[in-house]
Ligand binder design. Structure first.
Ligand code: IPD
Ligand code: CA
Length: 276
């Protein structure tokens, strides 16, 4: 795929994500109503809620991608994989609403995330925040932007003062192990953030708003677009891996400014990240 093609995929991802973001906002009041989330249906655990917003946004995204790019395949949080991609085929990886718990509780920190990849390699991505209207995007080899402004990850070189974002899993046992790691690392870095939206955590790394982000147990759609955006902004990005050769845990995603990435990875390893 040539340069022009990856830019075209980026533009398309932005356009479709923008449209879905408008829909997410339009249906939010009906979906979250009085702010009570106790009656919403759940998926993997009692706190893993799914709203009509998630479902309607994914349906819209699938419809638009299907019309614009009928030869591609889609993997989405709500609808799963429509087909395995063939060699060289574009696969769209879609999180219709990342940060569903925030969305359902009325917090503004959620996003539509759409990534495009070929043969497992990220080529383009868009993350759009419905509430602020912020548009984050990247195309492989062309850098990352926030509303047209080029992004640069943190240049910090001292992990001891780094602000590090993380996330916690829906599975309560895993969440407790993750919280234990947070308690071990908290005194060794500058501060910790848990914002509740993995794609925006990765975008925050791209912008240098946080110096790093790590989380274990994300799904592909949580990181597909954001990891490319962070990487294109100059962050060092570690995606889930098939081996644990680096001792970070098979399912670890780590994105960090280049000046702290190696030391932070070593710190996470030494504090037991592979056990998460
Ligand atoms: C979740 C969010 C959260 C992260 C979880 C994800 P969802 O995605 O990104 O920040 O900690 O691991 O599953 O369920 O809101 O799409
Ligand atoms: Ca998600």
């Amino acid at each position: 795929m040539n340069d022009q093609d990856v830019r075209t995929l980026e533009k398309l991802a932005v356009g479709v994500a923008r449209e879905a973001a408008e829909l997410a906002l339009a249906v939010r009041d009906r979906v979250v109503g009085d702010g009570s989330v106790a009656d919403l249906p759940t998926k993997s655990s009692a706190t893993d809620v799914v709203t009509a917003g998630d479902q309607e946004c994914e349906a819209l995204i699938r419809e638009r991608l299907g019309a614009l790019r009928p030869d591609d395949v889609v993997l989405g949080e709500e609808g799963g994989a429509d087909a395995e991609p063939a060699a060289g085929q574009v696969r769209w990886v879609v999180d219709p609403i990342d940060g569903t718990v925030n969305y359902a509780h009325g917090l503004p920190w959620f996003a539509v995330s759409i990534g495009a990849e070929v043969d497992g390699r990220a080529l383009a991505g868009a993350v759009v925040e419905p509430v602020s209207g912020r548009v984050w995007s990247a195309a492989a080899g062309h850098g990352a932007q926030l509303d047209g402004r080029t992004l640069r990850a943190s240049a910090l070189t001292r992990p001891g003062v780094a602000v590090v974002a993380t996330g916690l899993n829906y599975d309560p046992d895993r969440r407790a192990r993750q919280a234990a790691l947070v308690s071990r690392i908290a005194g060794r870095i500058g501060d910790v953030r848990r914002q509740g939206c993995a794609s925006l955590d990765l975008c925050s790394v791209a912008a240098g708003w946080v110096d790093a982000y790590y989380e274990h147990g994300l799904h592909h759609w949580d990181w597909a677009a954001g990891a490319l955006i962070a990487e294109e902004a100059g962050a060092v990005v570690r995606r889930p891996s098939v081996t644990d050769a680096d001792g970070l845990g098979l399912e670890a995603v780590l994105a960090a400014g280049p000046g702290i990435a190696a030391e932070l990875a070593e710190l996470l390893r030494s504090l037991g990240a592979s056990g998460l």
